[in-house]
Design a protein around this ligand. Structure first.
Ligand code: SF4
Length: 430
């Protein structure tokens, strides 16, 4: 029985109880949200990672993606990246390798971390098709499902499956005159090429029942992939993307009806003024399914700093209801990330998720504690409250103040201290 089936039958599972405890909500609330398809609990039954809830009323979660490319195949580095992501507080990890022995690396990563691990099966379909038939477009239909089964049985906890690209969405793309920024989803691009070459429907759409029954066996969460996602702000929320969103939302209904926990994925590149509309539309059409956004990044012109640009987009998306945000690293749009890029990317996405939750969940207690600690010039308390303590300590220790209750920013002219002397009779510590 999947978590969704249990919830629909009125059963509160041990995993629901653990999610409730971690999130500070009641077990009945978790059951109700899972039953309504507004929350998922990750965990392939073969692997059973620590239960992680994603969805309505819970803390916004952060995903870090790692994986080889055909140019850089370094399994040790990918394992290191996975561990760095976990150490830095990512909630989920996507293993998106496309180069080297994909089975070996996936199995290695699944062992290396205790986070829920997700994949995009189409990447392996494409890689296997090139290896066996020398072209992605030559992949036989069976290969699409062979890969799905293999990854489910390896213990993958969630899968981004591009089911929503069908002949209709491709027609929208053609009728609107393609795109400024092209198709940037690798899975989406592979599928469009395959469908056009073979003049055939998307196997994952055509045989959606099979997708659902394969994932259901191990209670793998289906993440309906956003293959038409905008990769340029000028393409945001275009007809092709909205067409795919509508199809994905219809498929989400079917999957949940069959007992499969489901999320819907969103873009991509969205200008700041369209983020609210995008999140609210996806939530409305999907019956408030957990919404997984990739960034979003609200501008295209800051390569090297896309991790920072995406903090603005992801914070807004989280505020309006996105439940899982995928990080961007400083290497985004330029190269395969290194472990240090992963560290920075996870930290930035955590900041965005935190700021979104300040509004979405009204959580501001920690900020109030920090305000008081600052006013009181209590530096050890500030360190306790700071999320990234290593940076706090490093900066303060490399430029120590003359008076220990101030910092070198204003030194003897510490504004807080001057006012505290007047209002509170504050005296210098010795
Ligand atoms: S020295 Fe300036 S920046 Fe530092 S605590 Fe005092 S007022 Fe704040």
């Amino acid at each position: 029985m999947t978590q969704l089936e249990a919830a629909k039958s009125g059963i509160i599972t041990e995993r629901m109880k653990k999610v409730a405890e971690k999130e500070g909500v009641s077990p009945e609330y978790v059951r109700e949200m899972v039953a309504q398809g507004k929350m998922v609990i990750m965990g392939n039954t073969l692997r059973n990672p620590e239960p992680l809830g994603i969805g309505k009323g819970l803390r916004t979660k952060v995903n870090a993606s790692i994986g080889t490319s055909t140019d850089i195949i370094d399994l040790d580095m990918e394992e290191k990246k996975a561990k760095v992501a976990e150490e830095e507080g990512a909630d989920t990890l996507m293993e998106l390798s496309t180069g080297g022995d994909l089975d070996e690396i996936r199995r290695r990563i699944l062992k290396a971390v205790s986070l829920p691990v997700g994949t995009v099966p189409l990447y392996q379909v494409a890689a296997e098709a090139i290896k066996r038939y020398r072209a992605i477009v030559k992949a036989p239909k069976e290969l699409f499902f062979e890969v799905l089964e293999k990854q489910v049985e390896d213990g993958v906890d969630f899968m981004a499956v591009h089911c929503g690209i069908n002949r209709l969405s491709i027609e929208r793309l053609k009728k609107q005159g393609y795109r400024y920024g092209g198709l940037v989803s690798r899975g989406g691009a592979f599928l469009v090429a395959w469908m056009e070459y073979n003049n055939a429907e998307n196997p994952y759409y055509e045989e959606f029942d099979s997708v659902v029954s394969i994932l259901k066996r191990r209670d793998v969460v289906l993440s309906l992939g956003n293959g038409m996602r905008s990769g340029a702000v000028h393409d945001s929320n275009d007809r092709a993307q909205i067409q795919e969103l509508i199809i994905n939302c219809e498929l989400a209904d079917e999957a949940r009806e069959s007992g499969v926990q489901t999320m819907v994925e969103g873009p991509g590149h969205i200008p700041i003024d369209e983020i609210e509309m995008n999140v609210k539309l996806a939530k409305k059409l999907s019956g408030e399914a957990p919404y997984y956004v990739l960034g979003p990044v609200p501008t295209d012109v800051f390569p090297g700093y896309d991790h920072i640009a995406s903090v603005a987009g992801a914070a807004l998306a989280a505020q309006y209801g996105a439940d899982l945000i995928c990080y961007l690293t400083p290497a985004e749009h330029i190269a395969l990330p290194f472990p240090e890029d992963v560290r920075i990317g996870v930290r930035c996405a955590r900041i965005a998720a935190y700021m979104g939750d300040m509004v979405k969940l009204g959580r501001r207690e920690r900020d109030l504690e920090m305000a008081i600690a600052r006013k009181e010039l209590d530096w050890s308390r500030q360190l306790e409250i700071a999320v990234f303590k290593d940076v706090f300590q490093e900066i303060r220790s490399t430029r120590p103040p003359e008076a220990p209750d101030t910092c070198t920013m204003c030194g003897k002219l510490c504004a807080l201290k001057a006012v505290r002397r007047i209002f509170e009779g504050y005296e210098e510590p010795r």
